[in-house]
Design a protein around this ligand. Structure first.
Ligand code: SF4
Length: 384
């Protein structure tokens, strides 16, 4: 079997059987801690010796059981993941970390804790402003998180463990950014559907295995010789946890090409590293509080336009570097943090001369036909 086949095949397998590898490791005696959102510092879980796995739902599975536990205003993503957990998809978890991110997470934390009955549950109280006192506060919160893991795992987490975990996660993020680089060409060496599968597959692997897979994939993808069949509209997707391929498939089946994202399992999770020459806990706190581009963090400046530029300036860089022709902005129903930003982000991107298609979605495959019609019309408009 040649290398190309083996890495692509592994991505496909991990994507289709999400969590399978971690389940195997659990059976061999490893401890597994689940988490929701890129706001949870995975370095700390890795430093503890446990394996972090980011939870996802299943857009092809109807939510049934969870509806009896959660208010209707809980976002469909949280509801779907909780439904999966209730139905036993994550029966291999030793514990779970929920962050203070949005009402759908905050207000359901106790429901998760009580009904899943895991041996370990931790609520991470992340502040939403990024000034110095908040950073100090968050550092304390991370110390509490570390102590709780130490008690649960009966193992000390030393400074050197943190440094090692920072190094390995930085390497993972660096490898992923290199893979993104291969999307800049025309045509991109890796298309949007493939990339989405990589992003999902890696979030369900121990970090060392993620690195090997992404580095191997970079080698094989770099050797591809693709022939351009003309310019296709280059699309960036913006949203929260889009961990399914139907959106990219619709874009690429409709004649466009998904070249970049600003989603929480994608560039949001991989663009910023933890600085290695600082106190490790401070550096982790700084990375998660100040460098993650999430709508829940308020980073004020002296003027309104400076604040907007600080919040969205990186999108301008993405648009230029990946030569984006159009943006598809997706929010999930009842998602306040992302929903509140829609007018601002849409206006910012349109002012750059880039059309935006905004869609409120359901984290469900049932909305694909509706989305398809709108996406095809958007692509047609871009092709005119
Ligand atoms: S989609 Fe919005 S409401 Fe749902 S978990 Fe993400 S941030 Fe929270």
């Amino acid at each position: 079997m040649n290398e190309e086949k083996s890495y692509s095949k592994r991505v496909e397998e991990e994507f289709k059987n999400y969590g399978k590898r971690v389940k195997e490791l659990k059976a061999s005696g490893k401890r597994v801690i689940g988490y929701l959102s890129p706001i949870v510092p995975v370095e700390i879980i890795t430093a503890s010796g446990a394996i972090p796995i980011r939870l996802k739902g299943d857009v092809y599975e109807a939510v049934t059981t969870a509806n009896g536990y959660m208010e209707t205003i809980v976002c469909p993503f949280v509801r779907n993941v909780f439904d999966s957990a209730l139905k036993g998809k994550y029966g291999f978890l030793d514990g779970l970390v929920m962050p203070h991110l949005c009402d759908s997470m905050d207000r359901t934390a106790d429901i998760w804790n009580y009904n899943l009955g895991l041996n370990y549950f931790h609520f991470l109280n992340v502040p939403h402003v990024t000034d110095e006192p908040s950073l100090d506060f968050f550092k304390e919160i991370l110390s509490i998180f570390i102590s709780s893991l130490e008690r649960f795992l009966e193992r000390e987490i030393r400074e050197e463990d943190l440094r090692m975990a920072i190094e390995v996660h930085n390497r993972n993020r660096g490898a992923m950014r290199k893979l993104y680089e291969l999307r800049k060409s025309e045509p991109p060496l890796i298309n949007g559907v493939e990339m989405m599968k990589v992003l999902v597959a890696t979030m369900g692997l121990p970090v060392g295995e993620s690195i090997s897979m992404v580095e191997g994939l970079i080698e094989e993808v770099s050797e591809r010789k693709l022939i351009s069949d003309g310019h296709k509209p280059r699309i960036m997707i913006i949203g929260d946890q889009i961990d399914y391929t139907s959106l990219s498939e619709t874009i690429e089946d409709g004649g466009g090409i998904h070249v970049m994202d600003d989603i929480s399992i994608g560039s949001k999770a991989y663009w910023a590293d933890v600085e290695v020459d600082k106190d490790p806990l401070y550096a982790i706190a700084e990375r998660y509080l100040r460098k993650l581009k999430l709508p829940t963090f308020v980073e004020s400046s002296d003027t309104y336009s400076e604040t907007v530029e600080k919040r969205f300036g990186y999108l301008k860089d993405f648009i230029e570097e990946f030569r984006v022709d159009g943006v598809i902005l997706v929010t999930f129903r009842y998602c306040d943090p992302y929903g509140f930003e829609v007018p601002l982000i849409k206006g910012y991107i349109e002012d750059l001369g880039i059309p935006v298609l905004y869609m409120e979605d359901e984290y469900s495959a049932s909305t694909i036909p509706r989305a398809k019609t709108r996406i095809e019309a958007f692509l047609e408009m871009l092709m005119e």
